[in-house]
Design a protein around this ligand. Sequence first.
Ligand code: TRP
Length: 329
Amino acid sequence: MSGKKRVLSGIRATGRLHLGNYLGAVKGMLSLQDNPDYETLYMIADLHTMTTPYDPEELRVNRREVVMDYLAAGLDPKRSIIFAQSDVPEHTELAFYFATVVSVARMQHLPTFKDKVKQYPKAVTMALLNYPILMAADILAYKAELVPVGVDQEPHLEIAREIARKMNQTYGTDFPEPQRFETSGGYVPSLVGEGKMSKSVSGSYITLTDDLSTIRKRLATVPTDSGKGEKVPEKGGVANLLVLVGLFMGEDRRRTCEAQYRSEGIRYQALKDELSEAIHRELEPFQRRRNLLTEDQPYVDRVLREGSEKARRIARETLDRVRGKVGLG
Ligand code: TRP
């Protein structure tokens, strides 16, 4: 063992990354990758995509799109193990052994499960019920201790810890209890008023591949007001616009805008133009790398192939031990 702490995170293969993913999650993943105290594994959770209704052709495309987005954003196969979940069959094997220590009732009562049942009442499958067990297997196949994910994933991590404890008690394995790793990435607000930038809220996001005119169009939809008043709004379109100004044009500029709001007023058209350019400038290096990758599919294939080979070596070792402990070895 290298003495490094292992980090694993998974990203569902649902589509292109947006600014919220980038600042909220990817930057945190990059900082862990660049920190020598950690060994990082980053996985495309393509099997998890199959737990709710999906289109096989879209999945085939999205797996690669997500990998290219991550590579262009700076994930580096020399420093992180980058792989697709379905290329490491040990995950599903381990999930089966884990299923022997989890009750059906426990899974049915999870808030994340109930949400999905509401969302897709006609597609309540065993795959969906098993979602958290597979996620626990993703993490514990590598005995990863740290999992950089959003707070919405906490119930799933709780399940992973329960499974680790139960496996250790029942079979004498030595799984660690993984913890969520809080990444300090910025909170990126939605373009349409309330909440955060989200793939599932149309009109709320800017994707990392948007060109300048698309960014302009998207910012044009942010609702604004007359531009001046005694108090700068704390919620809604103007507040969100100012958060974006802070993120992409600097906190000084944001304070200047706030002062303007309280005095002569903000001219939103000009501000939105400037902000569009600032965002586009930040995205340009990403887009250049992304274009190169699009033209080099063999490289993308090789990253996934080599990543899965490295991942499998670690996961196979865990699985061989577990097989012995559960009476199969
Ligand atoms: N459930 C996670 C999400 O929706 C994705 C995921 C799957 C994951 N397997 C994982 C995250 C393992 C961390 C570790 O965001």
